[in-house]
Design a protein around this ligand. Structure first.
Ligand SMILES: C[S@@+](CC[C@H](N)C(=O)[O-])C[C@H]1O[C@@H](n2cnc3c(N)ncnc32)[C@H](O)[C@@H]1O
Length: 315
């Protein structure tokens, strides 16, 4: 069984992906208490350290290191401040990389990192990881092309230890419109077995603010979902809601007078590609926390696809 260490683990989307490939995750880490609660309810065998990564002094040795440092500033919704301290957490990942010296590593982050105002940070990550002894490649992938019922573009940075003299090749899409591919997974495929009207405490059930209605937030059953975000209030609409029609620039309204609702956190987890994620009702449990950890996660099937394209360098 190849071994892995996971940093910026959250509730474990990336970890669920590599677990399916048979990796044993020796250690996980995050500073968000409810992320740990969810993770441990789903993967009880992993040692999950609840602390800031900067406080970790030692790491177990492992063959694969994975980590998805936070993305404030890179994301569309963020403040786009390239100099925010949070944007240098990759240096903590590089520190762990130098201590653990895994055979390979995988990083995921939002695609905005490739924009010109952040490119210097991306270039510095590639430089630091290359200096640590890895052959580094990066690419933006869309989760929908790997069997996830959601539009979600993310950048992946993958490194293979120089001693292997192998260049990583990103996996080819498995889902799409071509006859050679499987059809895209739709909202219906992902959630049609769940109740159309779940209990009201499972979704954000307040009015739709003007900002929410400044764009189309709805997709129908046979489409791919819009991106699942880490905020209950900004969650896309469930297809049971009436369609939205454009009134003018940045103003949309419901086309029929019937009830609309956002996706629930359980539906959001399915649309992220989790099989049946358990949300334990611990002290930190709340609708917002469930949406935060699910919206922050890497879709497990996407991470699995990226990890499965690594060469067989495990003992
Ligand atoms: C994009 S999310 C990671 C999602 C995760 N890979 C998954 O698939 O579920 C980034 C995570 O970094 C965590 N984080 C932010 N700053 C941190 C720090 N200083 N130390 C440890 N974790 C931190 C956040 O709490 C958040 O869960």
């Amino acid at each position: 069984m190849p071994t892995a260490v996971s940093l910026f683990t959250g509730c474990g989307g990336s970890d669920a992906g590599i677990s399916k490939l048979g990796f044993k995750i020796l250690m996980a880490n995050d500073k968000l208490a409810y992320a740990k609660d969810v993770y441990q309810a789903n993967h009880e065998e992993t040692d999950y350290i609840l602390d800031g990564v900067e406080n970790l002094k030692s790491f177990p040795s492992a063959e694969l290191l994975i980590g998805c440092y936070p993305c404030q500033g890179f994301s569309q919704g963020g403040t786009r401040d390239a100099n925010k301290k949070i944007n240098t957490l990759y240096l903590e990942f590089a520190r762990a990389l130098k201590i653990i010296k895994p055979k390979a590593f995988i990083v995921e982050n939002v695609s905005g990192m490739i924009r010109s105002d952040f490119k210097h940070l991306l270039d510095d990550q590639v430089k630091k990881f290359t200096e640590a002894g890895y052959n580094v490649k990066y690419k933006i992938l869309n989760a929908s092309e790997y069997g996830v019922a959601q539009e979600r573009k993310r950048i992946f940075i993958v490194g293979i230890g120089n001693q292997f003299h192998i260049e990583y090749a990103f996996p080819k899409p498995t889902h799409g419109v071509s006859d050679l591919l499987k059809p895209f997974r739709t909202i219906r495929d992902a959630i049609s077995d769940l109740p159309e009207w779940p209990p009201e405490n499972e979704y954000y059930n307040s009015d739709f603010h003007w900002y929410y209605l400044s764009r189309n937030r709805r997709r129908s059953w046979d489409e791919i979902s819009k991106t699942i975000v880490a905020n209950a209030r900004h969650m896309p609409l469930h297809p049971v809601s009436p369609p939205l029609e454009k009134v003018k620039a940045d103003v949309w309204q419901f086309s029929e007078n019937r009830k609309a609702r956002r996706f629930s956190y359980k539906e959001a987890a399915r649309l992220q590609g989790f099989d049946n994620l358990i949300f334990p009702e611990t002290e930190k449990f709340s609708l917002n926390m469930c949406c935060t950890v699910v919206g922050n996660a890497v879709p497990p099937p996407l991470f699995e696809a990226v990890a499965s394209a690594l060469p067989d360098i495990w003992d």
